[in-house]
Design a protein around this ligand. Structure first.
Ligand SMILES: [Zn+2]
Length: 371
Protein backbone atom coordinates (compact mmCIF):
# COMPACT_ATOMS: atom_id res chain seq x y z
CA UNK A 1 0.00 0.00 0.00
CA UNK A 2 1.39 3.36 -0.95
CA UNK A 3 0.75 6.19 1.47
CA UNK A 4 3.20 8.68 0.03
CA UNK A 5 0.62 10.93 -1.54
CA UNK A 6 -1.36 11.33 1.68
CA UNK A 7 1.81 11.83 3.64
CA UNK A 8 2.65 14.79 1.47
CA UNK A 9 -0.73 16.34 1.88
CA UNK A 10 -0.98 15.90 5.62
CA UNK A 11 2.23 17.49 6.75
CA UNK A 12 2.57 16.93 10.42
CA UNK A 13 5.07 14.17 10.76
CA UNK A 14 8.37 15.91 10.30
CA UNK A 15 11.18 15.07 12.65
CA UNK A 16 9.53 11.93 13.95
CA UNK A 17 11.41 8.91 15.14
CA UNK A 18 12.87 6.57 12.57
CA UNK A 19 10.75 3.79 14.07
CA UNK A 20 8.05 5.11 11.76
CA UNK A 21 9.84 3.38 8.95
CA UNK A 22 8.67 0.09 10.36
CA UNK A 23 5.10 1.01 9.58
CA UNK A 24 5.59 3.13 6.54
CA UNK A 25 4.12 0.54 4.25
CA UNK A 26 0.76 0.29 5.94
CA UNK A 27 0.43 3.30 8.20
CA UNK A 28 0.06 6.94 7.80
CA UNK A 29 3.51 8.26 8.62
CA UNK A 30 1.91 11.22 10.36
CA UNK A 31 -0.20 9.30 12.78
CA UNK A 32 -0.77 12.52 14.51
CA UNK A 33 -0.54 11.76 18.17
CA UNK A 34 2.76 12.29 19.92
CA UNK A 35 3.07 8.55 20.27
CA UNK A 36 5.61 7.27 17.80
CA UNK A 37 3.85 3.97 17.29
CA UNK A 38 0.55 3.43 15.64
CA UNK A 39 -1.11 1.07 18.11
CA UNK A 40 -1.46 1.18 21.83
CA UNK A 41 -0.88 -2.36 22.96
CA UNK A 42 1.74 -4.18 20.97
CA UNK A 43 4.23 -1.30 20.96
CA UNK A 44 5.31 -2.59 17.57
CA UNK A 45 7.54 -5.26 18.99
CA UNK A 46 5.42 -8.34 19.50
CA UNK A 47 4.85 -10.66 16.61
CA UNK A 48 1.67 -9.49 15.01
CA UNK A 49 0.64 -11.37 11.95
CA UNK A 50 0.99 -8.49 9.52
CA UNK A 51 -0.64 -10.36 6.70
CA UNK A 52 -3.72 -11.07 8.79
CA UNK A 53 -3.89 -7.41 9.80
CA UNK A 54 -3.63 -6.26 6.21
CA UNK A 55 -6.37 -8.69 5.24
CA UNK A 56 -8.63 -7.45 8.00
CA UNK A 57 -8.09 -3.86 6.91
CA UNK A 58 -8.85 -4.76 3.32
CA UNK A 59 -12.06 -6.47 4.37
CA UNK A 60 -13.19 -3.49 6.43
CA UNK A 61 -12.98 -0.32 4.36
CA UNK A 62 -12.52 2.59 6.77
CA UNK A 63 -15.34 4.59 5.20
CA UNK A 64 -17.80 1.69 5.59
CA UNK A 65 -16.85 1.30 9.21
CA UNK A 66 -17.15 5.03 9.89
CA UNK A 67 -20.54 5.18 8.24
CA UNK A 68 -21.71 2.21 10.25
CA UNK A 69 -20.90 4.33 13.32
CA UNK A 70 -23.17 7.04 11.85
CA UNK A 71 -20.30 9.19 10.60
CA UNK A 72 -21.29 11.31 7.63
CA UNK A 73 -19.04 12.88 5.03
CA UNK A 74 -19.75 16.61 4.81
CA UNK A 75 -17.43 18.04 2.18
CA UNK A 76 -15.70 16.29 -0.75
CA UNK A 77 -12.03 17.01 -1.41
CA UNK A 78 -9.84 16.10 -4.36
CA UNK A 79 -8.79 12.51 -4.84
CA UNK A 80 -12.04 11.07 -3.48
CA UNK A 81 -11.24 12.24 0.03
CA UNK A 82 -13.83 13.55 2.48
CA UNK A 83 -14.04 15.94 5.38
CA UNK A 84 -16.55 15.53 8.18
CA UNK A 85 -17.06 16.14 11.88
CA UNK A 86 -14.56 14.26 14.02
CA UNK A 87 -16.18 11.37 15.89
CA UNK A 88 -13.26 11.36 18.34
CA UNK A 89 -13.56 14.83 19.83
CA UNK A 90 -16.15 17.59 20.18
CA UNK A 91 -15.99 19.04 16.70
CA UNK A 92 -17.93 22.10 15.58
CA UNK A 93 -16.59 22.41 12.04
CA UNK A 94 -15.47 19.47 9.91
CA UNK A 95 -11.84 18.68 10.73
CA UNK A 96 -11.81 14.93 10.14
CA UNK A 97 -10.20 13.88 6.87
CA UNK A 98 -10.88 10.46 5.39
CA UNK A 99 -9.03 9.03 2.45
CA UNK A 100 -11.05 6.00 1.31
CA UNK A 101 -8.49 4.93 -1.29
CA UNK A 102 -5.76 4.69 1.35
CA UNK A 103 -8.10 3.68 4.17
CA UNK A 104 -6.66 6.34 6.44
CA UNK A 105 -8.05 9.16 8.54
CA UNK A 106 -6.56 12.24 10.10
CA UNK A 107 -8.15 14.86 12.36
CA UNK A 108 -6.87 18.44 12.16
CA UNK A 109 -8.66 19.16 15.44
CA UNK A 110 -7.46 16.49 17.85
CA UNK A 111 -4.41 15.55 15.81
CA UNK A 112 -5.16 11.84 15.71
CA UNK A 113 -5.00 9.66 12.67
CA UNK A 114 -4.34 6.19 11.33
CA UNK A 115 -6.18 3.23 9.89
CA UNK A 116 -9.39 1.46 10.79
CA UNK A 117 -7.74 -0.44 13.66
CA UNK A 118 -6.40 2.76 15.17
CA UNK A 119 -9.82 4.32 14.74
CA UNK A 120 -11.51 1.43 16.55
CA UNK A 121 -8.98 1.69 19.38
CA UNK A 122 -9.68 5.36 20.00
CA UNK A 123 -13.38 5.31 19.24
CA UNK A 124 -14.21 2.35 21.46
CA UNK A 125 -11.50 3.26 23.96
CA UNK A 126 -9.96 -0.20 23.88
CA UNK A 127 -6.49 -1.64 23.45
CA UNK A 128 -5.18 -3.13 20.24
CA UNK A 129 -6.29 -6.77 20.76
CA UNK A 130 -9.82 -5.71 21.73
CA UNK A 131 -9.97 -3.39 18.74
CA UNK A 132 -9.07 -6.31 16.49
CA UNK A 133 -11.67 -8.51 18.15
CA UNK A 134 -14.35 -5.82 17.74
CA UNK A 135 -13.48 -5.35 14.09
CA UNK A 136 -13.46 -9.08 13.40
CA UNK A 137 -16.80 -9.43 15.12
CA UNK A 138 -18.17 -6.47 13.17
CA UNK A 139 -16.89 -7.89 9.88
CA UNK A 140 -18.75 -11.13 10.52
CA UNK A 141 -21.86 -9.56 11.97
CA UNK A 142 -22.33 -6.41 9.90
CA UNK A 143 -23.45 -8.00 6.61
CA UNK A 144 -25.69 -10.42 8.47
CA UNK A 145 -27.37 -7.68 10.51
CA UNK A 146 -27.74 -5.59 7.38
CA UNK A 147 -29.55 -8.46 5.65
CA UNK A 148 -31.75 -9.05 8.68
CA UNK A 149 -32.55 -5.32 8.83
CA UNK A 150 -33.46 -5.25 5.14
CA UNK A 151 -35.71 -8.27 5.62
CA UNK A 152 -37.46 -6.81 8.67
CA UNK A 153 -38.01 -3.50 6.89
CA UNK A 154 -39.68 -5.29 3.98
CA UNK A 155 -42.03 -6.99 6.43
CA UNK A 156 -43.22 -3.84 8.18
CA UNK A 157 -45.88 -2.80 5.71
CA UNK A 158 -46.97 -6.36 5.01
CA UNK A 159 -48.19 -6.82 8.56
CA UNK A 160 -51.14 -4.73 9.65
CA UNK A 161 -50.51 -5.51 13.34
CA UNK A 162 -47.06 -3.88 13.11
CA UNK A 163 -48.33 -0.70 11.50
CA UNK A 164 -51.22 -0.56 13.99
CA UNK A 165 -48.78 -0.86 16.89
CA UNK A 166 -46.62 1.96 15.55
CA UNK A 167 -49.66 4.20 15.12
CA UNK A 168 -50.74 3.41 18.65
CA UNK A 169 -47.29 4.51 19.84
CA UNK A 170 -47.52 7.74 17.86
CA UNK A 171 -45.19 6.74 15.01
CA UNK A 172 -46.86 8.06 11.88
CA UNK A 173 -44.45 9.75 9.52
CA UNK A 174 -42.87 7.75 6.68
CA UNK A 175 -39.77 9.97 7.07
CA UNK A 176 -39.37 8.81 10.65
CA UNK A 177 -39.75 5.14 9.70
CA UNK A 178 -37.13 5.68 7.01
CA UNK A 179 -34.85 7.69 9.33
CA UNK A 180 -34.91 5.02 12.05
CA UNK A 181 -35.00 2.15 9.51
CA UNK A 182 -37.84 0.57 11.48
CA UNK A 183 -38.78 -3.00 10.62
CA UNK A 184 -40.94 -5.84 11.86
CA UNK A 185 -40.09 -9.39 12.87
CA UNK A 186 -43.11 -11.59 12.20
CA UNK A 187 -41.37 -14.69 13.58
CA UNK A 188 -42.32 -18.16 12.48
CA UNK A 189 -38.96 -18.99 10.93
CA UNK A 190 -39.20 -16.58 8.01
CA UNK A 191 -36.01 -14.69 8.85
CA UNK A 192 -34.12 -17.94 9.19
CA UNK A 193 -35.40 -19.18 5.83
CA UNK A 194 -34.57 -15.87 4.13
CA UNK A 195 -31.01 -15.69 5.48
CA UNK A 196 -30.27 -19.34 4.77
CA UNK A 197 -31.43 -18.83 1.20
CA UNK A 198 -28.94 -15.98 1.07
CA UNK A 199 -26.20 -18.45 1.97
CA UNK A 200 -25.74 -17.91 5.71
CA UNK A 201 -25.22 -21.12 7.68
CA UNK A 202 -27.55 -21.76 10.60
CA UNK A 203 -24.55 -21.64 12.94
CA UNK A 204 -23.88 -18.00 11.98
CA UNK A 205 -27.51 -17.10 12.64
CA UNK A 206 -27.58 -18.69 16.06
CA UNK A 207 -24.20 -17.23 16.94
CA UNK A 208 -25.53 -13.76 16.16
CA UNK A 209 -28.58 -14.50 18.30
CA UNK A 210 -31.02 -14.09 15.41
CA UNK A 211 -32.10 -17.71 15.74
CA UNK A 212 -32.60 -19.60 19.03
CA UNK A 213 -30.74 -22.77 19.96
CA UNK A 214 -33.83 -24.69 18.83
CA UNK A 215 -33.65 -23.04 15.42
CA UNK A 216 -36.57 -20.62 15.70
CA UNK A 217 -36.45 -16.93 14.87
CA UNK A 218 -35.44 -15.16 18.09
CA UNK A 219 -37.54 -12.06 17.41
CA UNK A 220 -41.24 -12.84 17.13
CA UNK A 221 -43.90 -10.13 16.76
CA UNK A 222 -41.39 -7.42 17.49
CA UNK A 223 -40.82 -3.98 16.01
CA UNK A 224 -37.13 -3.94 15.11
CA UNK A 225 -34.80 -0.95 15.32
CA UNK A 226 -31.26 -1.38 13.96
CA UNK A 227 -28.51 -0.11 16.28
CA UNK A 228 -24.76 -0.11 15.70
CA UNK A 229 -23.86 -3.81 15.82
CA UNK A 230 -27.18 -4.86 17.32
CA UNK A 231 -30.93 -4.95 16.75
CA UNK A 232 -33.45 -3.85 19.35
CA UNK A 233 -36.77 -5.69 19.26
CA UNK A 234 -39.85 -4.18 20.94
CA UNK A 235 -42.60 -6.69 21.50
CA UNK A 236 -46.01 -5.64 20.22
CA UNK A 237 -47.63 -8.22 22.49
CA UNK A 238 -48.05 -7.65 26.22
CA UNK A 239 -47.48 -11.39 26.76
CA UNK A 240 -43.76 -11.27 25.87
CA UNK A 241 -40.94 -9.39 27.59
CA UNK A 242 -41.06 -5.89 26.05
CA UNK A 243 -37.38 -5.31 25.32
CA UNK A 244 -34.87 -7.57 23.61
CA UNK A 245 -31.37 -7.09 22.24
CA UNK A 246 -29.06 -9.49 20.45
CA UNK A 247 -26.23 -10.78 22.65
CA UNK A 248 -23.67 -8.27 21.30
CA UNK A 249 -23.13 -4.90 23.08
CA UNK A 250 -25.93 -2.36 22.68
CA UNK A 251 -23.42 0.21 21.43
CA UNK A 252 -23.22 3.94 22.06
CA UNK A 253 -26.03 6.46 22.36
CA UNK A 254 -28.65 6.12 19.66
CA UNK A 255 -28.37 8.92 17.06
CA UNK A 256 -25.40 10.47 18.85
CA UNK A 257 -23.69 11.62 15.65
CA UNK A 258 -26.70 13.82 14.89
CA UNK A 259 -27.41 14.98 18.43
CA UNK A 260 -23.83 15.89 19.33
CA UNK A 261 -23.84 18.77 16.88
CA UNK A 262 -26.17 20.69 19.19
CA UNK A 263 -25.05 22.56 22.32
CA UNK A 264 -28.17 21.26 24.07
CA UNK A 265 -29.17 17.62 23.79
CA UNK A 266 -32.24 15.81 25.06
CA UNK A 267 -31.52 12.39 26.53
CA UNK A 268 -34.35 9.85 26.59
CA UNK A 269 -34.62 6.30 27.79
CA UNK A 270 -36.49 4.55 24.99
CA UNK A 271 -36.46 4.48 21.20
CA UNK A 272 -40.18 5.22 21.06
CA UNK A 273 -39.52 8.38 23.11
CA UNK A 274 -36.81 9.26 20.60
CA UNK A 275 -39.22 8.56 17.72
CA UNK A 276 -42.01 10.90 18.80
CA UNK A 277 -39.59 13.71 19.64
CA UNK A 278 -37.85 13.39 16.29
CA UNK A 279 -41.21 13.39 14.56
CA UNK A 280 -42.19 16.55 16.45
CA UNK A 281 -39.12 18.28 15.05
CA UNK A 282 -36.65 17.82 17.94
CA UNK A 283 -33.53 16.49 16.25
CA UNK A 284 -31.15 17.14 19.14
CA UNK A 285 -32.30 13.93 20.82
CA UNK A 286 -30.38 10.79 21.67
CA UNK A 287 -31.36 7.63 23.46
CA UNK A 288 -29.70 5.47 26.10
CA UNK A 289 -31.92 2.40 25.61
CA UNK A 290 -32.44 1.90 29.34
CA UNK A 291 -31.63 3.95 32.42
CA UNK A 292 -28.15 2.49 32.72
CA UNK A 293 -25.52 4.14 30.52
CA UNK A 294 -22.55 2.06 29.46
CA UNK A 295 -19.14 3.68 29.69
CA UNK A 296 -19.06 4.60 26.03
CA UNK A 297 -22.44 6.34 26.22
CA UNK A 298 -21.27 8.28 29.25
CA UNK A 299 -18.05 9.29 27.50
CA UNK A 300 -20.00 10.47 24.49
CA UNK A 301 -22.02 12.90 26.60
CA UNK A 302 -18.78 14.19 28.13
CA UNK A 303 -16.90 14.72 24.87
CA UNK A 304 -17.45 18.48 24.86
CA UNK A 305 -19.24 21.33 26.62
CA UNK A 306 -23.01 20.96 26.43
CA UNK A 307 -26.25 20.95 28.39
CA UNK A 308 -28.06 17.64 28.69
CA UNK A 309 -31.83 17.68 29.21
CA UNK A 310 -32.75 14.48 31.00
CA UNK A 311 -36.12 12.95 30.30
CA UNK A 312 -36.17 9.53 31.90
CA UNK A 313 -39.49 7.88 32.70
CA UNK A 314 -41.19 9.06 35.86
CA UNK A 315 -41.92 5.59 37.27
CA UNK A 316 -44.20 5.14 40.25
CA UNK A 317 -41.35 3.54 42.22
CA UNK A 318 -39.04 6.45 41.55
CA UNK A 319 -36.29 4.40 39.87
CA UNK A 320 -36.27 6.62 36.78
CA UNK A 321 -35.96 9.78 38.89
CA UNK A 322 -33.19 8.19 40.92
CA UNK A 323 -31.26 7.12 37.83
CA UNK A 324 -31.71 10.61 36.44
CA UNK A 325 -30.37 12.28 39.62
CA UNK A 326 -27.36 9.97 39.75
CA UNK A 327 -26.54 10.56 36.11
CA UNK A 328 -26.85 14.33 36.56
CA UNK A 329 -24.40 14.14 39.44
CA UNK A 330 -21.87 12.08 37.47
CA UNK A 331 -22.15 14.38 34.46
CA UNK A 332 -21.74 17.42 36.70
CA UNK A 333 -18.43 16.03 37.94
CA UNK A 334 -17.28 16.11 34.31
CA UNK A 335 -18.45 19.68 33.81
CA UNK A 336 -21.61 18.83 31.87
CA UNK A 337 -24.67 20.90 32.74
CA UNK A 338 -27.94 19.03 33.19
CA UNK A 339 -31.61 19.97 33.39
CA UNK A 340 -34.48 17.71 34.41
CA UNK A 341 -37.55 17.80 32.21
CA UNK A 342 -40.64 17.37 34.36
CA UNK A 343 -43.44 15.65 32.46
CA UNK A 344 -47.01 15.39 33.77
CA UNK A 345 -47.29 12.60 36.37
CA UNK A 346 -47.00 9.10 34.98
CA UNK A 347 -45.85 10.20 31.52
CA UNK A 348 -42.80 9.51 29.43
CA UNK A 349 -42.08 11.53 26.27
CA UNK A 350 -43.83 8.89 24.16
CA UNK A 351 -47.09 8.89 26.12
CA UNK A 352 -46.93 12.70 26.37
CA UNK A 353 -47.10 13.02 22.59
CA UNK A 354 -49.40 10.04 22.05
CA UNK A 355 -51.95 11.59 24.42
CA UNK A 356 -52.06 14.86 22.56
CA UNK A 357 -48.96 16.77 23.68
CA UNK A 358 -47.41 18.85 20.92
CA UNK A 359 -44.04 20.38 20.08
CA UNK A 360 -44.96 23.75 21.58
CA UNK A 361 -45.94 22.18 24.90
CA UNK A 362 -42.77 20.11 25.02
CA UNK A 363 -40.73 23.21 24.23
CA UNK A 364 -42.32 24.90 27.26
CA UNK A 365 -41.29 21.91 29.40
CA UNK A 366 -37.73 22.25 28.07
CA UNK A 367 -37.68 25.93 28.96
CA UNK A 368 -39.04 25.17 32.43
CA UNK A 369 -36.50 22.37 33.07
CA UNK A 370 -34.49 22.93 36.25
CA UNK A 371 -30.95 21.82 37.16
ZN1 LIG B 1 -10.63 14.89 16.21
Amino acid sequence: MDTTATAERVVLGEGRSSRHALFADTHHPCLGSECALPYSADRGTKSVNRQALDELKQQIPLLDYLQAQDWQPVRPLSGGRWMGLCPLHADRKPSFLVDPSKNLFYCYGCGRGGDVIRFAEIYHDVKFPQALALLRQWRGLAPLLQQATDFYRMQLHRHAEAVAYLLQRGVRSPELIEHMRIGYAPGGGCLRAWLMQSGYPLSALSQAGLVTSLGYDAYVHRIVFPLEGNLYGRSISAAAPPHRFLPSPKGGLYAWELARRYPEVILVEGLLDYAVLWQAGFHNVCCTMGTHLNSRQFQQLCDGPRTVYLSFDADANGSGQQASQQLAHRLGVHGILTRHIVLPAGHDPNSFFVQGGDAGQFQSLLEAAQP
